[in-house]
Write a protein that binds this ligand. Structure first.
Ligand SMILES: Nc1ncnc2c1ncn2[C@@H]1O[C@H](COP(=O)(O)OP(=O)(O)OP(=O)(O)O)[C@@H](O)[C@H]1O
Ligand SMILES: [Mg+2]
Length: 262
């Protein structure tokens, strides 16, 4: 039997990815692969190495050993800006928005990340710059619509409630023109209604905008409801991988993380 999703191209492939910080092996020989259009979950207890995996994939850290490939090309050790340009964007566990900028301006910054020269031109008053700024603004408005924030486009991001700030980060990541989007605990701090809405937003990003999604989340209902495949880390090691049903009933996962079957 062929692997799930194997009729679609491989987008991201980790092969024995490892990183050591002094005596601590934060990620230890982790291997998994994402196919185009996957909605993939990365779960595990606190300190399991999930965010560190994101930091390896996005170039914050260089792997000590092992391989990370994006669309078949090795990216391990490339600087974050290059990896972003190749098509990988992320949100952060601790929200990182420009608090004094409006929601729409934060998304426009994401557009500039894709093409930094557009920022320089936007700071000038040449006709081309005015045209470029208008284009970025239009694109940002569309992205705000996708994450249901169009009504707060002009609100300063620091004045937005927490759940909206998290959705704004997603819009900003999308503005980079990414193909693969990494979401680090997107539902953290959200109430049940916001979480329900977020499930729809993430599905839309995949279904309507053909993004591949890798997300870290502690809310098991959210993960099991949304993700089609899941990898589980514990103490930097992969302890299970598979569809939600298999993960939910996996004795190793129950012991290390879930406590009891969910
Ligand atoms: N730059 C670093 N230097 C030293 N240790 C680090 C560094 N980054 C991460 N670690 C350690 O690596 C381990 C994994 O951390 P990581 O942040 O990846 O966990 P996590 O799975 O995201 O946890 P959480 O669910 O709490 O966010 C932890 O023990 C952490 O202290
Ligand atoms: Mg983390």
């Amino acid at each position: 039997m062929s692997a799930p999703g194997s009729d679609r191209p491989v987008v991201l492939q980790l092969t024995d990815a490892t990183i050591k910080f002094g005596g601590l092996t934060a990620v230890n020989q982790v291997s998994f692969e994402l196919f185009q259009g996957d909605l993939f979950g990365l779960i595990g207890p606190n300190g399991a190495g999930k965010t560190t995996c994101f930091n390896l994939i996005t170039g914050v850290y260089r792997p000590t050993s092992g391989k990370i490939a994006y669309q078949g090309n090795s990216i391990g050790g490339l600087p974050p800006n290059k990896i972003c340009k190749l098509g990988i964007a992320r949100t952060f566990q601790n929200i990182r928005l420009f608090g004094a900028l409006s929601a729409i301006e934060n998304v426009m910054v994401g557009g500039h990340l894709r093409d930094p020269s557009s920022l320089l031109s936007a700071l000038s008053y040449f006709p081309r710059a005015i045209h470029e700024t208008a284009r970025l603004r239009e694109q940002a408005r569309e992205l705000l619509r996708i994450v249901n924030l169009e009504d707060v486009a002009e609100v300063r991001s620091r004045d937005l409630p927490y759940g909206k700030q998290r959705r704004l980060e997603i819009a900003r990541a999308m503005a980079t023109g990414c193909n693969l989007i990494l979401l680090d605990e997107p539902a953290a701090g959200m109430n049940p209604f916001e979480k329900e809405d977020l499930v729809k937003v993430v599905r839309r990003i995949r279904d309507e905008y053909q993004k591949t999604v890798l997300l870290i989340e502690h809310d098991m209902k959210f993960v099991m409801n949304l993700c089609e495949r899941i990898v589980v880390l514990d103490h930097g090691e992969e302890i299970a991988q598979g569809p939600p049903e298999a993960i939910r009933n996996n004795p190793k996962v129950i012991e290390a993380y879930l406590g009891e079957a969910v």
